[in-house]
Ligand binder design. Sequence first.
Ligand SMILES: Nc1nc2c(ncn2[C@@H]2O[C@H](COP(=O)(O)OP(=O)(O)OP(=O)(O)O)[C@@H](O)[C@H]2O)c(=O)[nH]1
Ligand SMILES: [Mg+2]
Length: 299
Amino acid sequence: MGLLDSLRSGLQRSREAINEIFYMGGEVDEDFWEDLEDTLVMGDMGAEVAMRVTDDLREQAARENLTRADQLRDALARRLAAEFPSAKRDPFTDLPSCVLFVGINGAGKTTTVGKLAGRAREAGASCLIGGADTFRAAAIEQLEVWGQRAGVDVVTRERGADPASVCYEVVEEAERRGAELVLIDTAGRLHTSADLMRELAKVVNVTRKRCQLPVAVVLVIDATTGQNGLNQAREFNDALELDGLIVTKLDGTAKGGIALAISSQLGLPIYRIGVGEAIDDLQTFDALDFCRALVGEGM
Ligand SMILES: Nc1nc2c(ncn2[C@@H]2O[C@H](COP(=O)(O)OP(=O)(O)OP(=O)(O)O)[C@@H](O)[C@H]2O)c(=O)[nH]1
Ligand SMILES: [Mg+2]
């Protein structure tokens, strides 16, 4: 299955709901607009985005005299795509760079670090992985397995070590080696845990201060989290001033709309999307491709 296909099948739930309104009667009437707005809200996009997009599309339909629903499908995809802010800088290709991965437990941070290290290695960039998850049992081993798979060295310390000092050492080692891309994995934590968020802020501050490479802080978010994802992202952003997002598990039964809600409401670009558990299951985010997969391209 191609990458776009796995995204398409992952976004099936959203697409089926949207398909329904596009095929109900085929006519664009008052019911159509109401159903469209409701469907977008149900797809986790958030009421604000849903309303704004529906209003704009309604204006476009009037202006261009579009009366059949099927004429509006691509316009909807384009309008949704316009909600995503684009990245000023891609921290994984605009090198040198140091990236810290943060997020709640199980979001896919470690896996994403492994996938990105594999890409960097393939592209011939000198990459180093830092393991600042000294908290969870077996976290270091898991990261080392990914390092081996990707062919990239992992710098870490023993379990229980202070994560901020691990980052300090990772950055020092990266400088010694002249690494162009440093990927630092951190321990998962709930956005509601004040102590752990403070600890993470310290990790970020130390790295930003100590590192001479441009530092990006990336929130890894599981697309299947639904509406709670927006609260999560807001808390992480308030505490750490995020640079951007990576949305994982878009191959699952995700509705996908949460990616749009977070990116658009917090003004954060999506750098990559995860579409599976294997090393190659990572895609560069393309807003229009994503929205076409979300909306469907007609039959
Ligand atoms: N289907 C799918 N599974 C994924 C994806 N990314 C990660 N996973 C799976 O999600 C689970 C958790 O991934 P991890 O990378 O360990 O997540 P983490 O954020 O590092 O977790 P903690 O370190 O415990 O906070 C693993 O089983 C991964 O294989 C993805 O894009 N698609
Ligand atoms: Mg992890």
